[in-house]
Design a protein around this ligand. Structure first.
Ligand SMILES: [Zn+2]
Length: 251
């Protein structure tokens, strides 16, 4: 009696978890699409939403940590057979599945957008301190919440996910809290590209700022191609904790 009740309850928790995960993924895709169709007009709010929404999944999983598996299971693992059964899947929250795939695509989009707009000019150490502090707190929470004989392995996967998403959340939140942009004229100095096998090509423009210093900013391909004949401006944003963002765009 108690067992069947417990089983039904566990299945419900897993189902609710899947519904929540689906909503979180769909909401993120929707926000990105709406932003690109100029319906959702604030890029700051879009980035903040993308930084915060994934936490719904992580917090839910931490609440029901007894039935959550943070790690990946492949054919070589000895519990692969157990974890492949329908009953096991109905009674466990897994992190490496279709949701992770879609979340990764969104993460990639998010990171590229952040690299472009939230280029830290000053105070990057503050971001790192916040990042590390929150990471340590979340690892402590994970340490007390995550159970099971493969706890060590799960903690590694959990730590990996936390490191990435805390970084994302800290960066988007600080950027969200920044003041409206202040523009100053700057002059074109040079431009360059870097190629990476995974991330494609990155474009940079170096300019001379009003204070005489040179600054290299990541830019889009279009601006890169027309950099010499474009009137460039340095776009400053004052963030919290003395953080300052600076990027270059056309006036
Ligand atoms: Zn600007």
């Amino acid at each position: 009696m108690t067992d069947s009740y417990e089983l039904a309850r566990t299945k419900k928790i897993v189902t609710v978890g899947k519904v929540l995960s689906t909503l979180v993924i769909v909401a993120q895709f929707l926000i990105i699409v709406l932003y690109h169709f100029d319906i959702w007009t604030s890029q700051k709010k879009m980035l903040l939403a993308l930084g915060l929404l994934p936490w719904v999944r992580y917090i839910y999983a931490l609440i029901f940590s007894k039935i959550t598996c943070w790690d990946e299971c492949n054919e070589k693992d000895k519990d692969y057979k157990v974890r492949s059964t329908a009953l096991w899947k109905e009674t466990h929250i897994e992190f490496f599945n279709g949701f992770a795939f879609f979340q990764d695509i969104i993460l990639l989009y998010d990171m590229i957008a952040l690299f472009m707009v939230a280029q830290t000019y000053k105070g990057f150490s503050k971001i790192i301190i916040l990042w590390v502090a929150i990471f340590l707190i979340m690892m402590l929470i994970g340490f007390f919440r995550i159970e099971g004989k493969d706890k060590k392995n799960q903690m590694i996967y959990y730590g990996f996910i936390m490191a990435i998403f805390i970084g994302l959340t800290v960066n988007t939140t600080c950027y969200y809290l920044s003041a409206p942009a202040r523009h100053e004229d700057c002059t074109f100095v040079s431009k360059s590209t870097t190629h990476s096998t995974k991330g494609g090509t990155h474009y940079y423009v170096t300019v001379r700022l009003q204070d005489g210093t040179e600054y290299e900013s990541m830019v889009g391909k279009t601006l890169y191609q027309k950099a010499e004949e474009t009137e460039l401006v340095a776009c400053h944003r004052e963030g919290p904790l003395g953080i300052e963002y600076l990027r270059v765009h056309g006036s």
